[in-house]
Design a protein around this ligand. Structure first.
Ligand code: PHE
Length: 450
């Protein structure tokens, strides 16, 4: 069985692929505007605590499930708990992948438009004009859909090539480039006059800003950013060889993701403050305020191009992991060829992604549960499907899979010591399920705790 499946070729390859999945629009587009909306440093502190004490153990859990079963997100549960209904998590995973792809590819497409605008010098230093540019573009029925198709096509192209020759190969090239580019931008921004205000916004907490909503937002963002709760890490881990240390892989990739989020904050917030813009701009923060800033910087077009190219790279290495969740499921459970699986997945996302893209303009009035398509897919994935998926996964590892199986997998069959095993199991059994359930129920209004 193990030999008939594709595998990652090297440890570095797995690391950049998993980090590539984690580091994405979540870090560069979502994290900065959530930090702005939910009050800066206090949100960051809560976020970091969630990453370290909840998400890291969940990351290990997904690695255990994937590597042990060597199966897609649905097959994994069938193999590890045969004859039970746990495979239902797999359905949730596939649904979450589609939900995320449906808005992710639209923003991925926006980054291409913005690279193009940087080249033709299309940004204006006048906020009214620049705002109008963004509105004209995002509400147009044509260009956002076109770019979304281009973005989806590029991602599909990589996934069709397979694990070693597609996903791993491109992650190895793209991730180091991404790191260099984003450091370049952050350093430039930190030298702007007035940048220090943005830095203190990132590092000086105001805990009165912490509410039930902001806790769920931080939890949802932590899951989203680390690609957890939806089978992505399970799927990638199923291509990891038995001798690799999954504790090391999980830890390194989580820290890489956290590091990129901080870098993104440092690249964006100081610029926002230096130019006297409100940090709580929402989803348009990166697409309205940053072009404004780039338009006023010497050589701004070059910085703009590098910035939006970074966003594109980050987005592609993530969208391929989303497509792979569905592809692995189709090929292994439904016995469809890889090419056809990717084609079917893409065809669905062409439709749902177009609905999202149009929800800024033509379909603005169409609401589902009070939200347009784009917001609905985002909310459904991050605030509902991922926390539920994460909750079920921790219960599965904490209470269903045998402790010895978990230990064997975490230690790679006894090859590595796992000194933190007791702590991880305690979190998975008790802390994580209770914490996730409380935050989730509280924010949906079923509980009135905080
Ligand atoms: N982690 C990615 C990001 O931060 C998004 C993602 C979520 C990718 C879930 C795969 C699975 O952009």
């Amino acid at each position: 069985m193990q030999n008939s499946r594709d595998h990652f070729g090297s440890q570095f390859g797995v690391l950049v692929a998993v980090a590539g999945s984690a580091v994405g629009l979540g870090n560069f587009w979502r994290f900065p505007y959530l930090v702005g909306t939910y009050g800066g440093a206090a949100f960051i502190i809560v976020y970091i605590l969630f990453v370290l004490f909840l998400c890291l153990p969940i990351m290990f859990s997904e690695f255990v499930i994937g590597r042990r079963s060597q199966s897609n997100a649905l097959g994994a549960f069938k193999k590890l708990a045969p004859g039970t209904g746990w495979w239902g998590i797999g359905i949730l995973c596939v649904a979450a992948s589609f939900a995320i792809l449906s808005f992710y590819c639209v923003i991925g497409g926006w980054t291409i438009e913005y690279m193009y605008q940087s080249v033709i010098g299309g940004f204006s230093a006048d906020s009214v004009v620049q705002n109008q540019h963004f509105t004209d573009f995002s509400t147009s029925p044509f260009r956002p859909i076109l770019w979304h198709l281009v973005f989806l096509g590029m991602s599909a192209f990589i996934v069709v090539a397979g694990i070693k020759n597609g996903i791993e190969k491109y992650a190895k090239i793209l991730m180091p480039i991404l790191l260099v580019m984003i450091i370049f931008i952050a350093v430039r921004v930190l030298f702007l006059p007035g940048a220090s205000q943005g830095v203190s916004f990132l590092f000086r907490p105001d805990f009165s800003k912490i509410t039930g909503q902001s806790l769920l937002a931080a939890l949802g963002q932590a899951f989203f950013s680390l690609s957890l709760g939806m089978g992505c890490i399970i799927t990638y881990a199923s291509y990891v060889k038995k001798e690799e240390s999954i504790v090391k892989l999980g830890t390194y990739s989580s820290f890489a993701d956290l590091g990129f989020a901080m870098l993104a904050g440092l690249a964006i917030m100081p610029a926002v403050f230096a130019f006297g813009i409100s940090p709580s701009e929402g989803p348009s923060l990166v697409f309205v305020t940053l072009p404004l800033i780039f338009a006023q910087l010497p050589l701004g077009n070059i910085f703009a191009f590098v910035f939006f190219a970074s966003l594109l790279i980050a987005a592609i290495t993530s969208s391929i992991s989303l497509i792979e969740v569905v592809t692995a499921y189709f090929t292994e459970e439904l016995k469809v060829s890889r090419r056809l699986s990717v084609a079917i997945t893409s065809a669905v996302v062409v439709v749902t992604g177009s609905l999202s893209a149009l929800s800024f303009g033509v379909l603005k009035e169409v609401k589902i549960f009070g939200k347009g398509f784009f917001d609905m897919f985002d909310y459904l994935a991050s605030n509902i499907l991922l926390p539920i998926g994460g909750l079920l996964i921790v219960i599965f590892i904490g209470w269903v899979l045998s402790k010895s199986a978990v230990k064997e997998e975490l230690s790679s069959g006894g090859r590595y010591k796992v000194p933190i095993f007791g702590v991880v199991m305690f979190i998975l059994k008790f802390v994580a399920p209770v914490a996730i359930a409380l935050i989730f129920l509280n924010s949906l209004g079923f509980l009135k705790l905080f």
